[in-house]
Design a protein around this ligand. Structure first.
Ligand SMILES: *Cc1c(COP(=O)(O)O)cnc(C)c1O
Length: 708
């Protein structure tokens, strides 16, 4: 075979790795010649297309492992000779599936995990694996990197003290020259915080001649150096590769193996078991079994995840523990390696766990009844385990480990995309006191709202509100005030937007006044619609519908046990809201204050709810937070809630019940009109609700007999 590759070949060259590198097979004609076949014109054309996109390069040694009599099914052939299927990209395939280029803080470095980095130190490979996850780069720049190229990566490692493990990768790091490799290892070894160096290489598989006594002598000077190689099939473990592995192991280099699960190569429990047995026989510990990455050009290599689980099921328990690799999916977009296993934990109670073993035997393991885990807080100096942590970093915990820990108070993790959390961050109103007056403000509704005025503070309050607005750039001030201070507010630029004649104690008028800092905010873009809503509402005035609950429905006050269901309904109904009513904790807090919630259930399901917000000092109650799930609309549930709440509040002695209804929506305005509520006026562009700044209609009903 070697003579067919090179006419001036001499016997001793087979053992020289440089000969193999300079005689890699890169064209189809040589493949045909060596296999003694002729591809059809079509096949040739499609393969040449493939090679133009993804080049071919096979060492003579690796090619010599192909069985020419059955090459189409040969695992070595499939891994090294292109297939037209490489050009079938599926829509989920990516160029850089593991986001290695994105997670790269310095040239050649991928820093994904807290304490270790991947360092791409070579862009050469002896053989171009058809299943390469870095296929995008294969053959791109077929030159070794210079020392200058690597210095920036080394600098990054030097300047990043948390990096204790450096994984040399590539390309293949062992295609660097001995002197270059020695320089690199010595530079890394000189960095005090680098405790371990790892080399990831396929050289023992595709170019075992590279493992020379001289190379091994260099590596062992910089211990601890771990080597991970990449055998995928037992056929790759040959006398020559065994010799290479022996050299490495005899030099005290711990050896691991990373296999990629590949369709038609090793997607078989028996092949995999033979592989791991041959590996451990040669002092190589199976480390990872990778699910094939979704890189472009690899779809024909990919198996189901079930195949991988089946393989692990056939290994665990069936063979030596150290012969079983960890099956991992390298999560797309840089999520890192995620281990996958068959399930062995079947069930558990507080005293037992139920497990099954590889034979199918199901057993109970009794947990200790008197186990007291250490409750250490974060105070390691008080630790009674007397661990000598030897300066171990007390870095903050990440992920589930953080949730599990007793000394971190994090109790949830939130995805970056979470509408509910975004709404929270968008800034709910804060409530502050100025003197004894109560003010609410926030960028959400972009305004200041004077909720409760201590009348004697009016003179100082007005300028304070003004400057608070200026500080935050708010465009509106809004106040609910009694008649006797109305003129002071008018003098300050406020205008009346709504009036309720019986607002205080059922007798005194209350003025809803607005001051527009930005005049533009006064313009209502949907004025016509707002007028129509009012017209329709007025046309139904007093025409109350039946207050009878439909069959199968029940109405009652909500309790703290209902808050999760309530938050769910609010989340469904409101795209945004001035208060965090999406949070059960917020709802239960308001329950202990002055808000009573009423709900209507359909069977076990909360279908609609609303609240009565009570102001005993002022003698008024606001009926608000009306929310009905979409499936339960048109059943008059809001009207029934309104009637019930009003009746109860009247009994409690409140002088007036009122509401503010989103002015553009027919439903609530009509409900209040039907129920005999009077229109008090409209607050222009007043409240952030349902995804925008909305005008609100004020409706009220005096609950006490008016005496003139
Ligand atoms: C695989 C990998 C590592 C090493 O992971 P281990 O689980 O420690 O072997 C480090 N960095 C990156 C980017 C990797 O993909």
């Amino acid at each position: 075979m070697a003579h067919k590759i090179s006419s001036d070949y001499s016997e001793e060259e087979w053992g020289n790795w440089k000969w193999h590198v300079s005689h890699t097979i890169k064209d189809l004609a040589t493949v045909e010649k060596l296999l003694g076949v002729k591809f059809s014109v079509e096949k040739r054309r499609s393969l040449e297309d493939t090679i133009r996109n993804f080049p071919m390069s096979i060492t003579p040694y690796y090619f010599s492992l192909i069985d020419p009599k059955n090459f189409e099914n040969d695992p070595v052939f499939i891994q090294s000779v292109p297939s037209a299927a490489e050009l079938n990209f599926s829509c989920h395939d990516k160029e850089d599936p593991l986001a290695e280029d994105v997670d790269s803080p310095a040239p050649g470095i991928t820093h994904r995990y807290p304490d270790r980095v991947l360092f791409h130190v070579s862009n050469r490979c002896a053989m171009y694996c058809r299943h390469c996850t870095r296929k995008r780069k294969v053959g791109d720049v077929d030159k070794t990197l210079s020392r200058d190229d690597l210095v920036k990566g080394l600098e990054y490692i030097k300047n990043t003290p948390q990096v204790r493990d450096v994984l040399l990768s590539g390309g293949d790091p062992l295609l660097l020259s001995d002197s270059m490799l020695e320089w690199l290892l010595s530079e890394l070894k000189a960095i005090p915080h680098v405790q371990v160096i790892r080399i990831g290489t396929r050289v023992p598989v595709v170019l075992p001649q590279r493992i020379t006594p001289h190379l091994v002598k260099i590596i062992k000077k910089y211990h601890p150096v771990w080597v991970n190689t990449h055998f995928n099939h037992p056929r790759e473990i040959t006398a020559t590769s065994i010799r290479a592995l022996r050299l490495l192991a005899d030099a005290g280099i711990p050896l691991g193996n990373q296999t990629v699960l590949l369709a038609k190569v090793n997607d078989c429990p028996r092949v995999m078991k033979a592989l791991v047995h041959k590996l451990v026989e040669n002092r190589v510990r199976p480390y990872y079994l990778y699910q094939c990455d979704p890189a472009q050009g690899l779809s024909h290599f990919r198996t189901s995840i079930g195949k991988g689980i089946e393989i692990i099921e056939n290994l665990i328990g069936h063979t030596s523990g150290f012969a079983v690799p960890t099956y991992v999916i390298d999560a797309p977009n840089g999520g890192g390696k995620i281990p996958i296993m068959p399930n062995y934990l079947i069930s558990q109670s507080s005293s037992k766990v139920i497990l099954r073993n590889y034979e199918g035997i199901i057993t109970a393991y009794y947990q200790p009844e008197d186990y007291h885990p250490p409750k250490c807080g974060q105070d390691c100096s008080a630790c009674n385990l007397e661990l000598d942590l030897n300066g171990a970093a007390e870095g903050s915990l990440v992920g589930i480990a953080r949730l599990l820990s007793n000394h971190e108070d994090t109790d949830y993790l939130v995805p970056t995309e979470c509408d509910r959390m975004d709404r929270r961050k968008s800034g709910y109103d804060q409530i502050v006191t100025l003197g004894t007056s109560l003010i609410q403000h926030g960028k959400n509704s972009d305004r200041i709202y004077l909720m409760r005025l201590a009348a004697e503070e009016t003179a100082t309050l007005l300028p304070e509100m003004q400057s608070l607005a200026a500080e935050n750039g708010y465009t509106k001030l809004f106040a609910k005030v009694p008649g006797d201070v109305k003129t002071l507010f008018e003098a300050d630029g406020f205008e009346t937007e709504a009036v309720i004649p019986c607002f205080y104690g059922g007798t005194k008028a209350g003025y809803f006044m607005g001051k527009f800092i930005d005049e533009g905010r006064k313009t209502e873009e949907n004025a016509e619609l707002l007028e129509d809503v009012l017209k329709v509402a007025h046309s139904k005035a007093g025409k109350a519908l039946s207050f009878k609950l439909p069959r199968g429905y029940t109405l009652r006050k909500c309790t703290a046990d209902d808050t999760a269901a309530m938050a769910e309904v609010f989340s469904t109904v409101f795209a945004s809201y001035p208060f965090p009513i999406y949070e059960p904790e917020y709802i239960s807090r308001t329950m202990t204050e002055s808000i009573t919630y009423y709900g209507i259930w359909h069977g076990q399901k909360l279908a609609a709810l609303a609240s009565a917000e009570q102001y005993p000092l002022e003698g008024h109650v606001e009926l608000t937070d009306f929310a009905t799930l979409p499936d339960y609309r048109r059943r008059k549930l809001a009207g029934i809630l309104l009637h019930t709440m009003e009746t109860e509040m009247k009994q409690k002695g409140f002088g007036v019940s009122y509401t503010s209804a989103v002015a553009e929506s027919y439903g609530m305005n009509i409900s209040f009109a039907r129920q005999g509520y009077e229109f008090a006026g409209r607050l222009k562009n007043n409240t952030q609700i349902n995804g925008g700044l909305k005008s609100m209609n004020i409706w009220y009903k005096c609950l006490k007999k008016q005496t003139k």
